[in-house]
Design a protein around this ligand. Sequence first.
Ligand SMILES: Cc1cc2nc3c(=O)[nH]c(=O)nc-3n(C[C@H](O)[C@H](O)[C@H](O)COP(=O)(O)O)c2cc1C
Length: 216
Amino acid sequence: MSLFRLDASIRREGSVSRAIADIVEATWRDGAEDASVTRRSVGLDPIPATAWAASVVADRGDLASMTGEQKDAVALASTLVDELLDADALLFAVPLYNFGVSQHFKAWVDLVITDPRMAASAGQPLQGRRAVLVVVRGGAYGAGTPREGWDHASGWMRRILTDVWGLDLRVVETEFTLVGVNPALDQFKELAAPMRADAELRAANHGRHLAGTLAP
Ligand SMILES: Cc1cc2nc3c(=O)[nH]c(=O)nc-3n(C[C@H](O)[C@H](O)[C@H](O)COP(=O)(O)O)c2cc1C
């Protein structure tokens, strides 16, 4: 059994998205000795920002016409898609940054989509593949909150993973991760702890989904 795991947090120490994704991964693994994980930590080891444009304009039918930069970008796109296609299950852990999608996650998605195997005309080679998306937010964006509608990342990520790639996706979200860090949020301490506990329970459940052992 194999897992592809992407982490978009720009930190390792104290990362909540990694901690939640660790629970998903551990439940997915559940002691299996043949479990292998391919990791992309795009927040710490980013995809070059120039790779997407270089890959988009590269003429894959005419190798001799490609610049060195284009060849590198095309090769990287191909490697990224191999990593996805070779995995039985996919795990993405992505924080909310500046009310939008992590630039590192988007650079990765954009480059993946330049590979002909992931083009719209190629169908959906990942259709039905089990996947989990972990989303963490420092603040809170629920219905009726002052910032309802300010999370411009989650909708886009679901659109790509579910509608564009056709994954069998489960999402675990947790909010108020900045409670205890930002004193302005101290009043929300009672809300943050149960949210985190609920996310951890969901993470374990979604790990079983990834492994295909969750009862319908
Ligand atoms: C530069 C930066 C921008 C952030 N922007 C937002 C934001 O717009 N909304 C929000 O709710 N949290 C925001 N956060 C908080 C992160 O979402 C939160 O700390 C999250 O837990 C980070 O993920 P990690 O714990 O896995 O590192 C931001 C954090 C950083 C460092």
